[in-house]
Write a protein that binds this ligand. Structure first.
Ligand code: TPP
Ligand code: MG
Length: 1031
């Protein structure tokens, strides 16, 4: 009996009085002595194989068995079970089961175990404790006290609980109802003082490996249910989960020195007093203040400090309106007078362009980080009002900066993205951007996301703004941990920000900090929030500002005294006042001071292009031949390509021998030649590596070795720039934004985004409308991104037919009614435009326009409508002769046939652009009208080649002028071209239209109708009487 009871006692949880501290002390101490309850002497001595020295070993084994019975040998498992079950001395040991288990032995052991209901209870209790720990880890954030207002809009119980060592089980049972299925897993009051071994999946023990249940609960509450709610258990990587547990569970881990507390207070002073200063000086100006989330400033500074400590020296940020001026002033350290003078409505703008409101402008600043004493560059990307639209742009810029400094793992350059709660949940671009985060050619190796979760979006509260419990749930798709934190607890905020930065530098993955806060004022300072959120705002009115709360706390702790606190305030107020006085000396507003991506060396010191000329974009014969040969070969050994591809490369080789190029080769020539000149090229978009139309084949795939690829373009020249070609995710908004950001980083790169079909660009409309089209006008920054938009009516139906040229043309800034008076027309006109829109009809012209993009002394976005059927059209070929030195991009290609020889005989000039040219020439030939009708191709639509078209029109004095397009009349180019053509001829003649009727859809879905329409437009184009009655 004695033996049985002692053995049972060994396996029973310890009582609270025998805390694990005692156990661990014993476990570490040598020689070991055991208190009575832990004493093995009697039963152990009775076992034939146990001696005094082996008992240590047995004890280790026993602990291991308690945690996991499978972790010990089967024989020990049976021994411990039997001993626990009360086997008589000497009988607990069973020899290991033979391979052919003797049933009688096994069933005897099982009988022993089953005979003891206590064992089941013990196992159940341990399992219950494990489940309990897990429940806190998985769902503790649901009952954390995250909402400073205490009116949590998240639909979880938020019953505040005071965590004291005297755990009140009734309270916890109620709380755990939320956390656990079936309450408390069968544990009850009597279990509170029992000691349980802690699984390896928790760190609440610190140095202890077992704790009384009461303490387990208390520590879990401390870790998971205070002002920090950690959401991470969905992450499917054990090491990452352990890392997070360790950061939040380790007892006493959230400690701050007095110095750190004082720094935090000083940062809160700056943040708070900055808003107060603006409010005092410009009480009726919109500034989208930070009041209610002042802690954002110390939060960001903490992330930057920690990242700098870990080796980051360039941080690229994107953020919405809320608190932006404060971030500029106190995080990026923009000179205060520069910010204040933006409020002066009388200042004139120094720079051309529209400029932008102060809370959209960007910034670039390099300074010393005072905490780490290391240089840090901070850049805030300018953004439009469109919330979250800057996210992919920031990522693209970050990727580019990493690329150019060889930072392949994101150790030096990182991005921080700020979000509002409503926008983060509502805007699809957030999701698209998250899905770029782990793709090899798009990853920035981890972004720290900070959500200013003021629990409202303009006038809409979260119940109406999202279907997910948290605004941050979108981040779960990429396994990003999410740290919710009560923004009224500055130390908790700083703690999670430190962890977030460490997470990023450890795992190079995204992480989210959700600052649960409130918005003290209306959406902007003019708004009355009580109209729509009366109860919330009654509560907000009662809310003590966080600075006051924290100052009182530190004063009560003796960390600072009242006087020091007041001095800190006075010091910063004085800084603001002095800067304000200086701001009055500013006479002119310089948007240039708000540039987010300077290109040192590219412009003159005062920001002008270094010349106003563009050299010939032609290339010498050897280079053309060399590039052509590489493009038609496999430049690595033992590499088997697909037979079909071999034939394609062979055809290419023959073209090179014949000194001709098709579209794909022309592109190759342009890219290859720029690479030689040190220009990095990045081509991104859906399926661009092969090309949607299977014409490009820039990445070769070994047919015998999985994932073995070769990019011949990277085997062209010894010291060439790298070529990046990357199939993107199926996103337009995200990927185009990303490439735009990539192109922002350097003028010495050709960055191209290709749409699968041109019409898909409209899901990226925001990037086109808000960034590409007006970017330079709003933010004085240039961008040379190229959009390749497959376009053309091929009878493929309403989709896939139109890249919507009319939309791009409608947004061009050239005046339809004014003939520009320019000296160096072609380059100057390019300099003045907001973007360049072209539709090339020959491969050579495509080659030239790509090269011109880089050889120009400035950068403009370039929109190219690219062909589909012309990719393989036998006539759509160019000779090397059109690409040699001295040749250049042709804005207009005049007729070179009989019509041009006797221009005065010509009865009609057909102006057109793109692929319809080939239909027109075929038809003209068939009708033998080559001397009657001239066909002039407008290759550069915008800026409009007024000068060249004027020459063309004057060349054919007797001719009618007709614009011909295959697109419907209300689409395509007609509306853009007609008034401009009229201006070139001083409105002396009408400009007629030959093309499809106006329509709602871009094209018919019926092939026959398509062909009928085409024939009809050709008939009109060549019927010289077509416009007689209309004249
Ligand atoms: C794409 C887009 N849609 C609508 C708006 C208009 N708008 C400006 S702020 C705002 C509310 C934003 O709420 P939230 O993201 O929570 O940020 P907060 O203002 O609360 O900081 C809205 C709807 C916008 N700027 N962008
Ligand atoms: Mg909000």
């Amino acid at each position: 009996m004695l033996n049985l009871r002692t053995c049972a006692a060994k396996l029973r949880p310890l009582t609270a009085s025998q805390t694990v501290k005692t156990i661990s002390q014993h476990r570490l101490a040598a020689p070991r002595t055991f208190q009575q309850i832990r004493c093995y002497s009697a039963p152990v001595a009775a076992e034939p194989f146990l001696s005094g020295t082996s008992s240590n070993y047995v004890e280790e084994m026993y602990y291991a068995w308690l945690e996991n019975p499978k972790s010990v040998h089967k024989s020990w498992d049976i021994f411990f079970r039997n001993a626990n079950a009360g086997a008589a001395p000497g009988t607990a040991y069973q020899s290991p089961p033979p391979l052919s288990t003797r049933l009688s032995t096994l069933s005897q052991a099982q009988f022993l175990v089953q005979a003891q209901p206590n064992v089941d209870k013990l196992v159940e209790d341990h399992l219950a404790v494990q489940s309990l720990i897990r429940a806190y880890q998985v769902r503790g954030h649901h009952i954390a006290k995250l909402d400073p207002l205490g009116i949590s809009c998240v639909n979880f119980d938020d019953a505040p609980v005071t965590v004291s060592p005297n755990v009140d089980l009734a309270v916890f049972k109620e709380r755990l109802r939320v956390l656990t299925v079936g309450g408390f897993y069968g544990l009850d009051e009597s279990d509170l003082d029992k000691v349980f071994h802690l699984p390896t999946t928790t760190f609440i023990g610190g140095n202890e490996s077992a704790l009384p249940l009461r303490e387990i609960i208390r520590r879990l509450e401390m870790a998971y249910c205070q002002h920090i709610g950690v959401e991470f258990m969905f992450i499917n990587d054990l090491e990452q989960c352990q890392w997070i547990r360790q950061k939040f569970e380790t007892p006493g881990i959230m400690q701050f020195t007095n110095e750190e507390k004082r720094t935090l207070l000083a940062r809160l002073v700056r943040s708070t007093r900055f808003e107060e200063f603006l409010h005092r000086k410009w009480s009726s100006e919109k500034r989208f203040g930070l009041e209610g989330c002042e802690v954002l400033i110390p939060a960001l500074k903490t992330i930057i400090d920690k990242s700098s400590e870990k080796g980051v020296d360039y941080v690229i940020m994107g953020m919405p309106h809320r608190g932006r001026l404060n971030v500029l002033a106190n995080v990026i350290r923009k000179e205060l007078e520069q910010i204040f003078c933006q409020f002066d409505s009388k200042l004139e703008a120094a720079d051309e362009g529209s400029g932008d409101v102060k809370y959209h402008l960007g910034m670039y600043h390099r300074r010393i980080n005072r905490v780490t004493d290391r240089n840090i560059t901070l850049s805030l990307v300018a953004n439009p009002s469109h919330l979250e639209a800057a996210d992919p742009v920031v990522q693209g810029k970050t990727k580019a900066e990493q690329f150019y400094c060889g930072d392949t793992e994101g150790k030096k350059v990182m991005s921080i993205l700020l979000h509002g709660d409503a926008a983060f949940a509502g805007q699809g671009i957030v999701y698209e951007t998250f899905h770029l985060s782990d793709l090899p050619s798009y990853t920035t190796h981890g972004t720290v996301h900070v959500v200013v979760n003021n629990q409202i979006g303009f006038t809409t509260d979260p119940r109406m703004a999202r279907s997910s419990p948290y605004p941050t749930d979108v981040a779960r798709v990429v396994n990003a941990p999410i740290f919710h934190v009560n923004a009224d607890d500055p130390e908790a905020v700083v703690y999670v920000c430190n962890v977030a930065a460490e997470w990023r530098s450890t795992f190079h993955k995204d992480v989210v900090v959700d600052l649960v806060c409130y918005r003290r004022n209306g959406h902007n300072e003019m708004d009355e929030p009580m109209f729509t959120q009366p109860l919330m705002y009654k509560q907000i009115r009662k809310q003590k500002p966080v600075l006051q709360k924290y100052a009182e706390l530190l004063i009560s702790q003796g960390v600072v005294n009242q006087l020091e606190y007041e001095e800190e305030i006075a010091k910063y107020d004085k800084i603001c006042e002095e800067a304000h006085a200086r701001s009055k000396d500013e006479k002119i507003l310089h948007i240039k001071h708000w540039l987010d991506s300077p290109w040192p060396g590219f412009f003159t010191l005062d920001g002008q292009p270094r010349s106003m000329t563009c050299p010939s974009t032609g290339l010498n014969e050897e280079d053309l031949t060399h590039i052509g040969q590489v493009a038609s070969s496999v430049p690595v050994e033992d590499f088997t390509i697909h037979g079909g591809l071999s034939r394609i490369l062979k055809t290419r080789g023959e073209m090179v021998k014949n000194r001709t190029v098709d579209w794909a080769l022309a592109e190759y020539m342009a890219f290859g030649s720029l690479l030689k000149e040190g220009i990095h090229i990045r081509l991104s978009g859906q399926d661009v590596e092969r090309g949607t139309f299977s014409h490009r084949h820039h990445v070769l795939h070994d047919q015998n070795v999985d994932k073995r690829t070769c990019i011949p373009m990277n085997h062209l020249w010894p010291n060439q720039a790298p070529y990046t070609v990357c199939n993107s995710s199926l996103s337009e908004y995200g990927v185009l934004g990303f490439e735009l950001g990539f192109a922002m980083a350097s003028p010495n790169a050709l960055v191209l985004w290709e749409a699968q079909f041109g019409d898909f660009h409209n899901t990226a409309q925001c990037i086109i409308d808000q960034f590409i089209c007006p970017g330079q006008a709003k933010w004085v920054r240039q961008n040379g991104i190229v959009l390749l938009l497959p376009h053309g009516m091929e009878g493929m139906g309403p989709e896939h037919s139109s890249a919507r040229p009319e939309r791009f043309l409608q947004m061009c800034n050239d005046d339809p009614d004014v003939f520009p008076k320019l000296d160096d027309f072609d380059v100057r006109q390019l300099y003045d435009c907001n973007w360049i829109v072209v539709n090339c009809s020959t491969p050579a012209n495509f080659f030239h326009v790509l090269r011109r993009q880089i050889l120009l002394p400035f950068r403009k976005p370039l929109i190219i409508f690219t062909p589909k059927s012309l990719l393989r059209h036998p006539e759509a070929r160019s000779s090397f002769d059109d690409m040699l030195p001295g040749t250049h991009f042709l804005r207009v290609i005049p007729d070179g046939g009989p019509a041009a020889q006797s221009p005065e005989q010509v009865k009609r000039v057909l102006f057109c652009t793109g692929k319809v040219y080939y239909d027109l020439t075929r038809e003209r030939k068939a009708r033998q009208m080559e001397a009657d009708v001239a066909i002039t191709r407008v290759e550069q639509l915008s800026p409009f080649p007024f000068d060249l078209l004027q020459q063309e029109a004057e060349k054919y004095p007797a001719a009618e002028l007709v614009w011909c397009q295959e697109e419907h009349k209300n689409q395509g180019y007609y509306d853009y071209v007609k008034p401009r053509l009229r201006t070139t001829i001083n409105r002396a003649k009408p400009v007629w239209y030959a093309g499809r009727e106006p329509a709602a859809a871009p094209a018919t879905g019926n092939k026959k109708t398509h062909l009928t329409e085409l024939q009809r437009l050709l008939d009109t184009a060549f019927n010289l009487d077509a416009f007689k009655d209309l004249a």
